[in-house]
Design a protein around this ligand. Structure first.
Ligand SMILES: [Ca+2]
Length: 292
């Protein structure tokens, strides 16, 4: 999330050489970091002015203390739709980042003070920058009036944000809704192309083996229901329970009486017959003798 706050440089030649406040030897370019932050904030809230304009107004309206130190309450007096809310000093305690986040969520940039050389061993070289947003990892974006650019706070002033923020100045105004940074817009998420529809292979048709349907006509049949005038040789397989051999009976229906004209039996009979088989054999031979 990044608020759409204009970036200004205190060292812009349009105003850099203007004396800051009423103190000779100081200029906007050299010491005007906070009024440049306040000008960026005023522009964000819809007021059209430059740091030079703000400096002039502050001079004329008791906006400075000691000649060139910005009075926070001047902001609400200069811009009637804006206000100074409060200041938090956190040089020796962790900065309340949640308060900063709360303001950013309301679309309100926050002025902070850092150590310009971010070296704690030589004291604090007071420098003001404007927090204008925060990434999803919690890293703040700042507009830095000294460089006139927009960078990560930790990229320039140290790694621990709660530690490097020494003071927070909270202001309010008719905040626009938070918008994405137009310079580095979040890439639009291209919808993933829909995966191709799986090619559904049609289920193979089961191989239907055509049923071998016997052709049945009046003249061709496998049973004995045939016209009696047709001569049919119908092999009849019967199994000898003893020998496991078969006998083929040549049955002719040409002359149904007698039904059996010829009988051929397997020969030679190499295996002993059972009594029942012998009886059958004898009976059939007697029948053949009688008929034949
Ligand atoms: Ca320092």
């Amino acid at each position: 999330m990044k608020l759409n706050v204009p970036v200004l440089s205190q060292r812009d030649p349009q105003w850099a050489s203007q004396r800051l406040g009423t103190v000779d030897g100081t200029t906007i370019g050299g010491y005007g970091c906070i009024i440049t932050c306040m000008t960026m904030l005023a522009q964000y809230y819809g007021h059209n002015l430059t740091p030079a304009d703000m400096d002039n107004w502050l001079i004329d309206n008791q906006g400075y203390v000691q000649g060139n130190l910005y009075r926070n309450d001047a902001f609400g007096r200069e811009f009637l739709d804006c206000s100074f809310d409060n200041v938090t000093f956190c040089t020796s305690v962790p900065a309340p980042l949640s308060q900063i986040d709360n303001y950013l969520a309301q679309g309100k940039p926050v002025v902070i003070m850092v150590d310009f050389d971010h070296d704690p061993n030589d004291g604090i070289q007071t420098h003001f920058v404007l927090i204008v947003g925060k990434d999803i990892a919690g890293n703040y974006f700042i507009n830095d009036p000294w460089y006139g650019d927009q960078v990560y706070l930790i990229a320039r002033y140290g790694e621990n944000q709660a530690q490097i923020i020494n003071q927070i100045n909270f202001f309010s105004g008719p905040a626009p809704q938070p918008v994405q940074d137009p310079v580095q817009p979040t890439p639009e998420v291209q919808p993933e192309p829909a995966p191709p529809e799986p090619i559904v292979q049609p289920a193979p048709e089961p191989q239907v083996t055509p049923t071998q349907i016997p052709v049945t006509t009046d003249t061709t049949t496998t049973n004995i229901e045939v016209p009696v005038t047709t001569t049919t040789t119908q092999p009849i397989e019967t199994t000898s329970t003893t020998a496991g051999e078969s006998a083929t009976f040549q049955v002719s229906t040409e002359n149904p009486t007698p039904a059996v004209k010829t009988i051929s039996l397997p020969k030679p009979i190499s295996k002993p017959w059972r009594l029942s088989d012998l009886i059958v054999w004898i009976a059939m031979n007697i029948k053949r003798v009688l008929i034949g």
